[in-house]
Design a protein around this ligand. Structure first.
Ligand SMILES: NC(=O)c1ccc[n+]([C@@H]2O[C@H](COP(=O)([O-])OP(=O)(O)OC[C@H]3O[C@@H](n4cnc5c(N)ncnc54)[C@H](OP(=O)(O)O)[C@@H]3O)[C@@H](O)[C@H]2O)c1
Length: 247
């Protein structure tokens, strides 16, 4: 499997799933732009690691929920890297609360980053990809977007929104040589899940048929496959990577 010399952008790549994915895409041969919003040190360490692998990399600070930031980042990537072949929309946040306690700003913030951010980056990248007549977009949703979860109405709405959005644009962009797929992770060990209380983590673990939490590399491996030509007949799909939790 190879994506030799392809140009990739991974949003929210300063840590967690985005970091593992960016490094794996570089392992497969891509030059990788690293997006972050505040963790400059984390982003720079990913850039350094990718450069050690002999691939081009640069960090771009941009809040994905801000279209001006995103457009400026895409313009810079086009100038510095010469185009864009692979977009991984990974940046995401949680602001959990039961509906009755959910503040409107917590609803808006999660929709802004997790859903509007995907719209902003995809719209901006699609312009470049349509001109190239090739491209590959991989959106990171969640099993929560398929099942819902008490205390995560904002997050579930955003992640379900990503699925409808992705299926729609997969239909729009297929004739331009652009594929769009969704990865829906289950419980993956990162900072995002690290903040959950121990009893919730144990309860979740008991529901995972494969008997372990996911590792960021479990997601990276599927993204690498979807980004490669080995998956060239797959578009508009949602693929769960969840240890069987949704069986
Ligand atoms: N972990 C799981 O179990 C799990 C399960 C299902 C789905 N997911 C999804 O997988 C993705 C990655 O999750 P993770 O667990 O790796 O999270 P994480 O460790 O909390 O990392 C989140 C990343 O997103 C970036 N980010 C946050 N807000 C941003 C913004 N406005 N603009 C640009 N970047 C921003 C962060 O960068 P800064 O620190 O610089 O802000 C960070 O690099 C998310 O979309 C998440 O919803 C995760």
């Amino acid at each position: 499997m190879s994506i030799e010399d392809k140009i990739a952008l991974v949003t929210g790549a300063s840590r967690g799933i985005g970091k593992a994915t960016a490094i794996y895409l570089a392992d497969l041969g891509a030059n990788v732009a690293i997006n972050y919003s505040s963790d400059e040190q984390g982003a720079m360490s990913v850039v350094e690691e990718i450069r050690k692998h002999g691939r081009k990399s640069k960090a771009f600070k941009a809040n994905v929920s801000c279209m001006e930031d995103v457009q400026a980042m895409m313009d810079e990537i086009r100038q510095e890297f010469g185009g864009l072949d692979i977009l991984v929309n990974n940046a995401g946040i949680t602001k959990d609360a039961l509906l009755v306690r959910m503040k409107p700003e917590d609803w808006e913030k999660v929709i802004d980053v997790n859903l509007n951010g995907v719209f902003n980056c995809t719209k901006s990248a699609a312009r470049i990809m349509m001109r190239q007549r090739r491209g590959n977009i991989i959106n990171i949703s969640s099993v929560i977007g398929l099942t819902g979860n008490a205390g995560q109405a904002n997050y579930a709405a955003a992640k379900a929104g990503i699925i409808g959005f992705s299926k729609s644009i997969a239909k729009e962009l297929a004739s331009r040589g652009i594929r769009v797929n969704v990865v829906a992770p289950g419980f993956i060990q990162t900072d995002m899940t690290g903040m959950l209380p121990q009893n919730i983590k144990e309860e979740l673990l008991s529901k995972i048929p494969l008997g372990r939490y996911g590792d960021p590399m479990d997601i990276a491996h599927l993204v690498g496959f979807l980004a490669s030509d080995e998956s060239s007949y797959i578009t508009g799909q949602v693929i769960n990577v969840d240890g069987g939790i949704l069986i």
